[in-house]
Design a protein. Structure first.
Length: 182
């Protein structure tokens, strides 16, 4: 429900973002995944389900990563090159499995953490966003979209007034069709 509204706000402000998505959500909403990519945003992996990856077996982690890549590829024709593990749960083993699937683990930085998951408050998010600087990797969840429908226009205006733009991280690889032989 919230993601289309977030995309509209980003478009109104000429801003881009990276969306780390759960694979099952891509399977459920392939048109939305396509819209994210078509509007110039980066669509990357958040695993297929929201599991604590270090607590799962290597085979399960590999399946959660591979199934998300398959969902993204089917919906958008791109393949993710980054994984943001749910909850930031990462280990050397998870990093290695991600690398085996052509993905690097990406996390947010401390200053860029919106705190939305803990506060559920637009005032907290706005207070934290006021400290964001160029180069920060921020963490925002569209599941708390009600916060961002109110706060995101203010955040983007504030960043622009301070000369700070937005950018994507983790540019996906476009899957090119194989040319016909003969």
């Amino acid at each position: 429900d919230w993601t289309p509204q977030i995309l509209d706000i980003l478009a109104e402000h000429g801003a881009v973002a990276t969306f780390f998505v759960l694979g099952w959500k891509v399977d459920a909403h392939p048109d939305l995944a396509r819209r994210i990519v078509e509007e110039g945003h980066s669509l990357q992996s958040h695993a297929y389900r929201h599991h604590d990856l270090p607590a799962k077996s290597s085979a399960t982690v590999a399946r959660l990563i591979a199934d998300t890549a398959t969902a993204i590829q089917a919906a958008t024709g791109t393949t993710p090159v980054c994984l943001r593990p749910p909850g930031g749960g990462v280990s050397g083993r998870v990093r290695g499995i991600a690398a085996d699937h052509g993905q690097v683990v990406v996390l947010w930085d401390a200053r860029g953490n919106s705190g939305d998951y803990a506060s559920h408050s637009s005032s907290t998010v706005l207070r934290r966003a006021a400290a964001w600087e160029a180069g920060d990797v921020t963490l925002m969840h569209d599941i708390w979209g009600g916060i961002y429908v109110r706060a995101l226009p203010v955040i983007l205006d504030d960043l622009a007034s301070r000369g700070i733009g937005t950018s994507t991280i983790c540019e996906p690889v476009e899957i090119m069709p194989v040319p016909a032989v003969g």
